[in-house]
Design a protein around this ligand. Structure first.
Ligand code: PMP
Length: 354
């Protein structure tokens, strides 16, 4: 830390992203990226757009917004785009939380929520998941404050139903509920249609997972016109040109290639069923994941040991040292070949143990 760093950040512990090692080629099953390349249409449009890099991009993302509005059946003023969905989540903390409106989220969830709260000096409370790692809506209903829930949750993959979310929204129409749908395309139920009914609902999504564009950094939020206008105010107060020309073009391209996205999601769901059933045969226990990852533990191997063994053997998965989940590993669902390679390595470590 330099001697110039503002005191207000002196205790800030930043988010730790999953490893992105370059020293060796790994099968990367640690950051929930897609194993499939970006859409060909997206690539072509991004390349074409690169010829316009001397100009600023459209700060309103008009064409991209129109394409998404059409897909989601919402109006263009109910959408805001950001540099990955992390960015719009940060804006939501800035916009809808303060001392009177603390942030509330589950104890086990996306690790960035507490960092957003700390960075913006917002008070927050965590609500413990139930014993089975599911979210207790009743516990959230009892707490005042702005709610942040990942649905499906991470790293458990467990999804809430629309009825549960509606129950939460109805319990207090005077607080904002942010539903982070980063993983919704792999079997969850999106609550985007609920924005027409509840003006306190903000839904965030990303092009990083189901649309194979993690490197392009494209995320968005959907919500009532007024909530979205608040996010635009913050966006224009920080970086109005937040979506670069090539990313915007790639986004328009991938939305023209919706069949490709749907086919890839179906393959991930199929591979998830396959690897889950194979791992269960080997004695693994896991949550009921509706995401592009599974959350697993084995009675004979601690999560950290499995993580280290797989890393030594060229496969990266994610291990969290937090006590409640330290026995687990989160494994991204990759291609069928990657899942078979994973299985092979896991069989080896299990044989070594007996
Ligand atoms: N929400 C959750 C639950 C996530 O796991 C992630 C990815 N790490 C994000 C949001 C943010 O993803 P991105 O910024 O790539 O859109």
């Amino acid at each position: 830390m330099s001697r110039f760093f503002s005191e207000k950040y002196s205790n800030l512990v930043p988010y730790t992203p999953g490893e992105q090692p370059k020293e060796r080629k790994y099968i990367k099953l640690n950051t929930n990226e897609s194993p499939f390349p970006p859409s060909e249409i997206a690539l072509k449009m991004a390349a074409e757009a690169s010829k316009r890099l001397m100009l600023y991009p459209d700060p309103d993302c008009k064409e991209l917004t129109a394409a998404l509005a059409d897909l989601l059946d919402v109006s263009t003023d109910e959408i805001v785009w950001t540099n990955g969905s992390d960015d719009v989540l940060n804006f939501a903390f800035m916009a809808f939380c303060d001392d009177e409106h603390p942030a509330i989220f589950p104890d086990i969830t996306y690790g960035f929520y507490s960092v957003f709260a700390e960075a913006n000096r917002i008070p927050y409370r965590v609500i413990p998941l139930k014993e089975d790692f599911s979210i207790s809506i009743e516990d959230f209903k009892r707490q005042k404050g702005t709610v942040f829930i990942a649905n499906p949750n991470a790293p458990t993959g467990i999804a809430l139903t629309l009825e549960q979310i509606e129950d939460l929204l109805l319990s207090d129409p005077n607080r904002v509920v942010v539903i982070d749908e980063a993983y919704v395309d792999f079997g969850g139920e999106s609550c985007v249609p609920l924005i027409k009914k509840y003006d306190n609902l903000l839904v965030t999504q990303t092009f990083s997972k189901s649309r194979s564009m993690a490197g392009a950094r494209l995320g968005f939020a959907v919500g009532s016109k007024d909530l979205i206008s608040d996010i635009h105010t913050l966006r224009y107060a920080t970086n109005p040109y937040n979506i670069n020309t090539m990313t915007m073009a790639a986004g328009i391209g991938v939305l023209r290639d919706e069949d490709y996205t749907r086919t890839n999601c179906a393959k991930i769901i199929e591979n998830r069923a396959y690897i889950s059933s194979e791992l269960k045969k080997l004695g693994f226990e896991m949550t009921d994941s509706k995401a592009n990852f599974i959350f697993v533990r084995h009675p004979a191997i601690h999560g950290e040991k499995l993580y280290l063994f797989l890393k030594e053997n060229g496969i990266l998965v994610r291990h969290f040292s937090k006590a409640r989940i330290s026995e687990y590993c989160r494994i991204t669902i990759g291609s069928r070949e990657e899942m078979d390679e994973l299985l092979k390595k896991i069989q080896i470590i299990l044989e070594e143990l007996v």
